[in-house]
Ligand binder design. Sequence first.
Ligand SMILES: CC(C)(COP(=O)(O)OP(=O)(O)OC[C@H]1O[C@@H](n2cnc3c(N)ncnc32)[C@H](O)[C@@H]1OP(=O)(O)O)[C@@H](O)C(=O)NCCC(=O)NCCS
Length: 143
Amino acid sequence: MIFIPHPYTLNDAHCFVAKCFGAPECTNFAIANESGVIGGIGLRRAEAGFQDVQKHVAEIGYWLAEEYWNRGITTEAVIAFTEWGFRTFGLRRIYAAVFARNTRSSRVLEKAGYEYEGRQRARYFRDGEFIDGLQYAKVHLAP
Ligand SMILES: CC(C)(COP(=O)(O)OP(=O)(O)OC[C@H]1O[C@@H](n2cnc3c(N)ncnc32)[C@H](O)[C@@H]1OP(=O)(O)O)[C@@H](O)C(=O)NCCC(=O)NCCS
């Protein structure tokens, strides 16, 4: 899972934006409408120098402001962004890991054509609780 601090402070947001501007490749984008930013979507690849056998792999993460939920916006963004990721970086595998109770996010991935790969027991720890993770991936091996 792409790490999102919780609770999320203004300083966290400033750090995130600064990191995006300083990054060697642009992999984080806003989801926006006519009123401005309503969400975000990004890819995280292994750090340069640590890619080795994982050059073709990236993790996808996303969020949307609650007032816009359940309109298919994130699904549309994930479909388009996944295709863009394969094309732009020559990726062959894009995966996502979600909290097991995050049924909305699982549904987004299923609708976007990601395959369920399995349950990782006690993958996360938050607020004194161990939480299972569900792994999803889309693999694109054709040239
Ligand atoms: C997960 C999230 C991005 C979904 O965004 P969204 O734009 O509402 O997603 P979509 O509208 O494309 O699809 C949502 C699906 O979840 C379903 N859904 C909504 N509430 C649900 C619930 N309580 N249980 C099960 N499914 C639910 C919707 O019905 C829809 O599926 P459908 O089209 O088959 O009806 C949004 O809820 C969010 O930002 N959550 C907080 C951040 C987060 O969890 N990010 C992902 C981390 S892995």
